[in-house]
Design a protein around this ligand. Structure first.
Ligand SMILES: Nc1nc2c(ncn2[C@@H]2O[C@H](COP(=O)(O)OP(=O)(O)OP(=O)(O)O)[C@@H](O)[C@H]2O)c(=O)[nH]1
Ligand SMILES: [Mg+2]
Length: 231
């Protein structure tokens, strides 16, 4: 994928109005410190545009990154960070829910899980929540560089079973260090964005009027022909 333009276009806090996106959106969810911002940087070919930190709870807003004026990557706040006060957690939860529920341009939610560990209860809740909202989450198993090749497949199976994704659930091992998995994720995003573009757009009102008039003209022609039939 050629990245011509990346720009942090909108930052939404708890009370902000969500933007009316003109382009498809791809959101990245997962527990705090799992590597959401690092993945977004890797997908944007940027080292540090999305702020990362070894301290959990770095991303506290919903951040919309404009990619090539073609789509948005949406960095969501992480969940499950013990030091965040309960009140704050509830507010973030509501903010993420509002986003998942009301964004007409959201095409896919990527759920990030640390490949080294079994999915937590929070991960399972998030997985089920995304499904309930009508999306099929694509699982990204992050920090794959921490395991050797033979361990990776075993851990992918563990993640799949932990979330109960079923046989067909998509789990992509990824590393922001080696960039393993990046091409696959790009290909998926391009495919999903294109699919939408291929859909026939709803006709504009003017076109509908023309369509109606066109049909009436055709009908009249038909009638005229009938009128011309010999009795
Ligand atoms: N080894 C390794 N470390 C990673 C990888 N991805 C992220 N990290 C490290 O994990 C830590 C957290 O990464 P972030 O990308 O900030 O995580 P986040 O999910 O955005 O975290 P919050 O914003 O707090 O929700 C940082 O120290 C990263 O350098 C990876 O693929 N491999
Ligand atoms: Mg982050």
């Amino acid at each position: 994928m050629i990245i011509r333009k990346v720009e942090l276009e909108t930052v939404c806090g708890i009370t902000s109005r969500l933007p009316d996106s003109p382009y498809p959106e791809f959101a990245f969810a997962g527990k705090s410190n799992v590597g959401k911002s690092s993945l977004i940087n890797a997908l944007m070919n940027r080292k540090s545009l999305a702020r990362t930190s070894s301290h959990p709870g770095k991303t506290q807003t919903i951040n919309f990154y404009n990619i090539n004026d073609a789509y948005y990557y949406v960095d969501l706040p992480g969940y499950g960070y013990a030091k965040v006060p309960v009140e704050q957690k509830v507010k973030w939860g509501k903010m993420i829910e509002r986003y998942l529920q009301t964004s007409p341009m959201l095409r896919c939610v990527f759920l990030l899980i640390d490949i080294r560990h079994e999915p937590s209860t929070n991960d399972k809740v998030m997985y089920d929540w995304i499904c309930e909202k009508g999306y099929t989450p694509v699982i990204i198993a992050t920090k794959a560089d921490k395991l050797n090749r033979s361990q990776i497949q075993k851990h992918v199976k563990m993640v799949r079973e932990g979330l109960q994704t079923g046989e067909n659930g998509m789990v992509i091992p990824f590393s922001s260090v080696t960039k393993q998995g990046r091409e696959e994720i790009w290909a998926l995003i391009e495919q999903m964005a294109d699919l939408e573009e291929d859909r026939m757009p709803e006709p504009e009102e003017d076109e509908m009027v023309q369509l109606k008039e066109g049909r009436i003209a055709k009908l009249e022609e038909g009638r005229m022909e009938m009128d011309l039939q010999p009795m």
